[in-house]
Design a protein around this ligand. Structure first.
Ligand SMILES: [Zn+2]
Length: 381
């Protein structure tokens, strides 16, 4: 473990503890700090679904991840800018990271057409026509007042043949360069580049080199958790993360389960985001220290115990499993609200534990303990 104490002004990443490849640090931004390894809660359309901003803060979450695609279509970047930016619009003064919109254009928009300079598509909401180029993408995120802006990329579909993955990666690297040229730097704000290349190590290597040549404030690994499976994802990280600059934060996009996160931290990833805790919260799936439970299950109907006895979230300290079961069975909106609150709390508690173990130089034993618990829960189910 090595320790440094310099705190940079404005934006800066301070990596103050290493344990194996795992790192604990702090990302300083114009909107406050983000302790890493960090899990960013997904706030797609200017809100974390089913949560007030105060509730999100109470879980210990320090950064919300917004969606450029959704926000550009509704309510629009100019409107958000006119209303003072996304921080004041959604009452989240802390750091906000917005994605480039590329992923949603590929997965949601109709009639999308990619060319060398960008992508043209129709809104999934009203069929209106839109165009996203690196320059437009940078302008949108500037208007949102995003603390961390993501370069425009094409998330390569999976599976992809080597040729197709190579062509897609090359487009993303061209867009990364154009994004950097259009990004307007401000103190405490950052621009991250995104490594692509599917599961091909040579392509990932070339992508990292291209991004390092351009130079970014942080590096994301994109195009994973798209169906390749955990083993291929981890192999890709093994081939990618050691090539990334040590002094910059590393963000694994769209990941993942607690086990995915632990395995990626082990490989030197600092930041994560995923819909799992919030989406699961709306569908009665509870992440707890005793395993993943479906609260609709009849065995909870008369259970007076708290959902997760060790959890300090209001839902666990005030309500029984039986009450939560009742809320979901009756279709009450408080069910998703309370369970989202709990699931985000579970993820933030997981990250706090991981950070503390890295700082104490005990990450390996902490990870082994968590894995033993998860294995026991799986076999007892
Ligand atoms: Zn709880």
């Amino acid at each position: 473990m090595n320790v440094t104490t310099t705190i940079p002004a404005g934006y800066g990443f301070q990596n103050f503890a290493n344990d194996g490849c795992a790192r604990a640090g702090v990302l300083h931004t114009a909107h406050g700090k983000l302790e890493t390894p960090a899990f960013m809660t997904v706030g797609t359309a200017g809100t974390v679904k089913a949560m007030t901003a105060d509730a999100v803060r109470s879980t210990g979450c320090q950064c919300v991840r917004g969606n450029t695609y959704h926000l550009m279509l509704r309510p629009g970047a100019d409107r958000i800018a006119a209303l003072g930016g996304l921080h004041s619009f959604m009452d989240w003064p802390g750091p906000i990271l917005t994605d480039s919109g590329g992923f949603q254009v590929m997965s949601l928009a109709a009639l999308r057409k990619i060319d060398r300079d960008g992508v043209t598509f129709q809104s999934h909401i009203d069929g209106s026509h839109h165009r996203l180029t690196p320059a437009i993408c940078m302008d949108l995120q500037y208007k949102f007042d995003s603390t961390i802006t993501m370069a425009l990329d094409e998330c390569t579909a999976f599976p992809a043949a080597h040729d197709a993955a190579e062509a897609s990666m090359e487009i993303s690297m061209r867009w990364a360069d154009l994004s950097k040229q259009s990004f307007r730097p401000r103190p405490g704000y950052a621009l991250f580049g995104i490594v692509q290349g599917s599961i091909y190590k040579d392509l990932r290597h070339r992508s990292v080199n291209a991004l390092r040549d351009i130079g970014f404030d942080g590096y994301a690994v994109g195009g994973l958790a798209v169906g390749e499976g955990q083993a291929a994802m981890l192999e890709t990280l093994d081939a990618t993360v050691p090539l990334l600059p040590e002094e910059a934060p590393r963000y694994l996009m769209g990941v993942g389960t607690p086990d995915d996160i632990l395995s990626a931290v082990e490989r030197g990833i600092d930041m994560f985001d995923c819909v799992i805790p919030t989406r699961a919260g709306r569908t009665a799936r509870a992440y707890t220290t005793s395993g993943v439970h479906n609260l609709r299950n009849a065995r909870f109907a008369g259970d007076p115990a708290p959902l997760d006895p060790g959890c300090g979230c209001p839902a666990c300290t005030r309500h029984s499993r039986a009450y939560r079961h009742q809320l979901f069975r009756a279709g009450e909106m408080l069910g998703p609200m309370l369970l989202t609150w709990h699931n985000i709390s579970y993820y933030q508690t997981l990250m706090r534990g991981i950070r503390a173990s890295i700082q104490a130089g005990e990450f390996a034993s902490h990870a082994a303990g968590l894995r033993a618990d998860w294995k026991r829960q799986e076999t007892s189910r």
